[in-house]
Design a protein around this ligand. Structure first.
Ligand SMILES: Nc1ncnc2c1ncn2[C@@H]1O[C@H](COP(=O)(O)OP(=O)(O)OP(=O)(O)O)[C@@H](O)[C@H]1O
Ligand code: NI
Length: 311
């Protein structure tokens, strides 16, 4: 079982006015055997972190630090090695099935292409194709039709299920899903939860789920990492039931299921040079030290909070 370890990951995008700092020294370990959610306000750097793990950042991104999958240093792999790794080691479930399904190819060819990255011969692959469809809720009598369809011929829910099946078709050890339940109605959202449960049952080594869906995080995830302005400011198994960082408390209160009390203020502009805690200007608990010094991480990788209140 291999963990995904991030060590001082720093990601900047050069822009006209200077740079956007999307990750500001992220050090954390995504534990194998666990599903970790990454939550945080829009723009805090969740997707960029995911793309870094997948090796899909644009070429102009300035990157430092390292990301390890077991003994593999991902930032030192060639583009070809990364392509292999994306299929075989880390499967990706895109937010929008349209991002992972090719509109001009039939479902069968697309699924088989992913399945062929896994071990086995033709007959095993074929068996797997039907097994996957069954696991993702396609009844026997639909199979032929579904496999011969183009994506546009399927309903939204079917596409969602196919795209999840494709995410695990290659037997990737890790799965990274970026907002798998975004913009879905209730039924489709429930379907996505069910898909993710299926994926877990398929025995992946670990999963990272980027999400704004607190219900998903509560229902499915073993651990939650909270990002703010390019940093992970809290992480642990009890973050949702017992948030410690003032930002996490505010964030949770802002979710519909928690009363939807919007948090005051705005996060710092990416790239803004800051002394002290990045949340200090919005924090009702801020102390003088918070404006002078950046808090370090208190605790360990399992239960961590970046806040002077826990000094
Ligand atoms: N290719 C890029 N070039 C320049 N800036 C970028 C690029 N990709 C992301 N950014 C910036 O990096 C920051 C982090 O973006 P990111 O997409 O990771 O946010 P997010 O947490 O995933 O937000 P959301 O919840 O809205 O998806 C943002 O300020 C964004 O504008
Ligand atoms: Ni995002």
């Amino acid at each position: 079982m291999r963990d995904i370890r991030l060590d001082q990951v720093e990601i900047r995008f050069p822009v006209k006015e200077g740079f956007v700092e999307a990750a500001a020294g992220v050090t954390t370990t995504f534990q194998s055997g666990e599903i970790t959610a990454i939550i945080g306000e829009s723009g805090c750097g969740k997707s960029v972190l995911g793309l870094a793990i997948l090796g899909l950042l644009p070429i102009y991104a300035q990157i430092s630090g390292s990301i390890w999958l077991g003994e593999n240093d991902l930032f030192r792999m060639s583009p070809k090695q990364m392509r292999n790794l994306r299929g075989r080691e880390i499967g990706f479930i895109a937010q929008n099935p349209a991002d992972s399904l090719n509109p001009v190819r039939k479902i069968k060819g697309q699924l088989m292409e992913a399945i062929r990255l896994s071990q086995g011969d033709f007959s095993e692959h074929n068996k797997k194709l039907y097994g996957l469809l069954k696991d993702f809720g396609f009844p026997k009598e639909q199979l032929t039709r579904v496999l011969q369809s183009y994506p546009f011929q399927l309903s939204g829910g079917m596409k969602q299920r196919i795209s999840s099946a494709m995410g695990i078709a290659s037997d990737a050890n890790w799965i990274l899903a970026d907002e798998p339940s975004k913009g879905l109605d209730n039924d489709l959202r429930e379907q996505t939860y069910e898909n993710l449960r299926q994926i877990k049952k398929h025995g992946v080594e670990g999963m990272i789920i980027i999400t704004h869906d607190i219900v998903l995080a509560e229902k499915l995830c073993d651990s939650v990492a909270v990002m703010y302005s390019g940093q992970i400011i809290e992480k642990g198994k009890n973050v949702l039931s017992n948030p410690r960082h003032p930002y996490t408390k505010g964030l949770l209160d802002s979710f519909p299921s928690h009363g939807m009390h919007a948090m005051e203020g705005k996060s710092p502009a990416p790239g803004e040079i800051m002394l002290g805690c990045r949340f200090a200007s919005r924090c009702s608990k801020a102390m003088p030290v918070c404006r002078k010094q950046s808090p370090t991480e208190y605790g360990n990788n399992e239960e961590m909070v970046r806040c002077f209140l826990y000094d």
